[in-house]
Design a protein around this ligand. Structure first.
Ligand code: SF4
Length: 237
């Protein structure tokens, strides 16, 4: 089996509940979606990056592992696109006793369920309608998959948190409906965090808008946080 990797590098985790940790990022090539705020556009084509055998990709991971690395983050593109390869690489990282972390749009709950046993930290990202990830016609199917992935992660007792990117275009009412759906299937104690991440460099939301979204989550989850992509403030990749 082969895998296409866009890049592999050590940096500071700038997102989510583990921000600030020294992290090895394994960025998979390929994502068929179209978020307007995507900040990894170069990695979207399936033929971006370089192709490796799984064996060589694992060697590359081992060579790039610096001391005191807190976790290995499989990102993209969308890592679910090459889920079988991700599974094999995560399995390898587990043999090194380093925690594994997956960040995906959760567009395919079947693929997600297959890789889940090999991951310690799960970021479930819900895409809002305005993200342009998919068109309106396919949005409800995406949402079903994302909710299903959340259920799988919670049921597997994984450290799971939710992230939602908010831009100045995000509409509040559909967001409120989404939050209602989420907390219909989980309780406050089952997640390790809820991050509202403002879009960066494009359609940035203002503070008033951000607090509107924060206020919608707070009644369900008091530990909700507004956290920007912190790595961008120190010029880290
Ligand atoms: S899912 Fe991620 S990688 Fe794909 S277009 Fe959206 S932001 Fe970019």
């Amino acid at each position: 089996m082969n895998v296409r990797l866009f890049e592999i590098f050590t940096s500071v985790e700038g997102e989510g509940i583990l921000y600030g940790t020294k992290t090895l990022f394994v960025r998979l090539a390929g994502c068929p979606f179209k978020c307007f705020y995507c900040d990894t556009k170069d990695s979207l084509p399936m033929d971006s990056g370089n192709e490796y055998t799984i064996e060589d990709a694992c060697k590359l991971i081992e060579q790039n592992l610096e001391k005191n690395t807190y976790k290995v983050n499989f990102t993209g593109g969308d890592p679910l696109v090459q889920s079988k390869a991700v599974l094999e690489m995560a399995k390898f990282v587990k043999t090194k006793n380093i925690p594994t972390y997956i960040e995906s749009s959760c567009f395919d709950s079947k693929k997600f369920a297959e890789i889940l046993p090999y991951f310690d930290y799960i970021k479930i990202e819900f895409k809002t309608q305005d993200s342009e990830f998919v068109d309106l016609q396919h949005y409800s199917n995406l949402l079903e998959n994302e909710l299903q992935c959340l259920t799988f992660a919670i049921n597997s007792n994984k450290t799971t948190y939710i992230k939602i990117v908010i831009s100045s275009r995000t509409e509040l009412e559909p967001f409120k409906q989404l939050i209602k759906k989420v907390f219909n299937i989980i309780s406050e104690s089952q997640i390790a965090g809820f991050i509202i991440q403002p879009s960066y460099g494009i359609a940035e939301p203002n503070l008033k808008q951000l607090f509107n979204f924060y206020d919608s989550v707070y009644p369900y989850y008091k530990q909700v946080r507004i956290v920007p992509q912190l790595h961008k403030f120190i010029g880290a990749p």
